[in-house]
Design a protein around this ligand. Structure first.
Ligand code: URA
Length: 241
């Protein structure tokens, strides 16, 4: 069983504000612990499997947060945005407070699967090209995708900023103008630039899969969900040692 910690510290660790603010939430009768109204912010509780309710919102305790998010179009993946609102504005404020970061960014007009966490090691492992984690993009193109273009993508294309070619790990034609392409690196605008290099143009871009983790069908744009140990296992099995 996990070591008991004070309720105030638990609330603080989850991103509900300063320790003082968290204690005040308890004094204001705004915190329930496993369905029971909490009275004492110093009460020591085992955090394992804990269900909090803070200001009417249920909140599962997670020592580290790992979430899957369905990015809608017209949002930027940074905290300090330039032209569009931030994806973080669509997440509960405790996530922002505890410093969650995206595992690699998507362009403002790209939709689909983003993993977000406050575990620095996890973010590093998921983003380093050494681990060879495939990301699947569904690409809607302006012109029909030809065999020759797919062949070129698989053999590797040279982009203008790096003489080292970029390869598609896999290409599957889903319809005349829709291609599912798997890549392992995450260079700037990589998919759009690869498609331009083979003479086509990306009209819409959607990421549907990272490693063996497929975007859940029922996760609508703008929605998020916790990743559980079985999901994290799928992701770690997708990494090369
Ligand atoms: N490649 C792109 O060009 N854009 C993205 O958002 C992701 C991959």
């Amino acid at each position: 069983m996990a070591k008991p910690i004070s309720l105030e510290k638990i609330l603080f660790s989850q991103g509900f504000g300063t320790r003082r603010y968290c204690a005040d939430l308890v004094y204001a009768d705004l915190v329930k612990v496993n369905g029971v109204l909490a009275e004492d912010p110093d009460e020591r509780i085992s955090p394992e499997g804990l269900l909090l309710n803070v200001e009417g919102q249920d909140w599962e305790y997670h020592e580290k947060a790992y979430i899957a998010f369905h990015k809608p179009p017209n949002y930027e993946c940074s905290h300090k945005t330039t032209h569009h609102p931030s994806i973080y504005s669509l997440l509960p404020s405790p996530f922002v407070e505890r410093g969650l970061q995206c595992v690699g960014r998507l362009d403002y007009d790209t939709t689909g699967l983003l993993l977000i966490s406050d575990d620095g090691q996890f973010i590093h492992k998921m983003t380093t090209p050494k681990k060879n984690i495939g990301k699947v993009y569904e690409i809607t193109t302006s012109d029909p995708v030809t065999e020759k273009q797919m062949d070129h993508l698989l053999k590797g294309v040279v982009l203008d900023d790096d003489p080292k070619p970029c390869f598609a790990q896999a290409c599957e034609l889903l319809s005349e103008k829709t291609l599912a392409m798997t890549i392992v690196e995450g260079r700037y605008h990589q998919v759009k630039r690869m498609m331009a290099a083979v003479g086509n143009h990306v009209e819409q871009l959607h990421r549907s899969q990272i490693g063996a983790y497929v975007m859940p069908k029922d996760l609508a744009p703008g929605e998020w969900r916790w990743l559980y140990p079985s999901d994290l296992k799928l992701l770690s099995q997708s990494m090369e040692a």
